[in-house]
Write a protein of this length. Structure first.
Length: 250
């Protein structure tokens, strides 16, 4: 699918996903649907993210100027629309809520490749910075540290950057200790790479099938015992937290 992280459970009965010019809330028990239509002049949905408390959804919409529509999932009413008046990008490629649902980070497509940090309820852009500066570099995902709203990670083709928001700026860093300590990244050549404090601590080959062929990793989800990596060929692999000293995952 063109929309990253495009299916999720709002509760045990309700699935949320985009379909054409709408976002759908589908009840798997009653087989009923509710719809959130895209904004006027929207050319398509390019991304979405749901807050940890399942109260809000932010939908990235392609338009003459890229915009983010934020809805209350209880009332299905639009709360805010975020946009960048001085940016020519037509879409956001990735976005994420902070754990407390007070902030949103989002990343535009090229040629600007801007990382943006908002206090969304005030529609206030706190900071923005260009990240994909090398030739042929592109961004595919942005995330906020679940334990620290000021720490942002950006990954993509030829891009892996850690930034911290402070005093109206997003500043890159690579040596500070992160909490939680580990950051896992999946690659197209089938590797799971674990960073700690900005340094590579573990590299695992995501091998699948009888021939143990490395499979590209396209998405990951953390849970209490480790993480799940999904990727090429419909593969899904569970990596559990290691028990041996220095073994982060197995």
């Amino acid at each position: 699918a063109d929309v990253k992280d495009n299916v999720c459970f709002l509760d045990e009965q309700t699935i949320f996903y985009p379909a054409g010019a709408n976002s759908i809330l589908y009840n798997v028990e009653t087989k009923t649907q509710k719809f959130i239509p895209v904004s006027e002049r929207c050319e398509g949905i390019t991304g979405l993210t749901i807050s940890a408390n399942k109260r809000y959804v932010a939908i990235a919409e392609r338009a003459e100027k890229a915009q983010i529509a934020i809805y209350d999932l209880h009332s299905l009413r639009k709360r805010k629309t975020l946009f960048l008046p001085d940016c020519d990008a037509k879409e956001f490629v990735s976005l994420a809520f902070s754990t407390d649902a007070k902030y949103i980070v989002a990343h535009t497509c090229g040629p600007d490749w801007l990382l943006c940090y908002w206090t969304w309820e005030k529609a206030k852009l706190m900071a923005s910075v260009k990240t994909a500066t090398a030739p042929d570099s592109t961004v595919c995902q942005v995330l906020l540290n679940p334990s620290d709203n000021t720490q942002v990670s950006v990954v993509g083709n030829c891009v892996f950057k850690l930034s911290r928001y402070s005093e109206g700026q997003l500043k890159q860093f690579g040596s500070q200790k992160l909490e939680p300590k580990a950051l896992a990244v999946g690659t197209e050549d089938g590797k799971l790479i674990v960073f700690e404090g900005g340094e590579v601590k573990m590299e695992i080959s995501n091998n699948q099938g009888p021939q143990q062929t490395p499979k590209a990793i396209y998405a990951m989800m953390a849970f209490s015992k480790g993480l799940v990596a999904a990727g090429e060929g419909g593969s899904a692999t569970v990596y559990e937290k290691g028990e041996a000293p220095g073994e982060l995952f197995k």
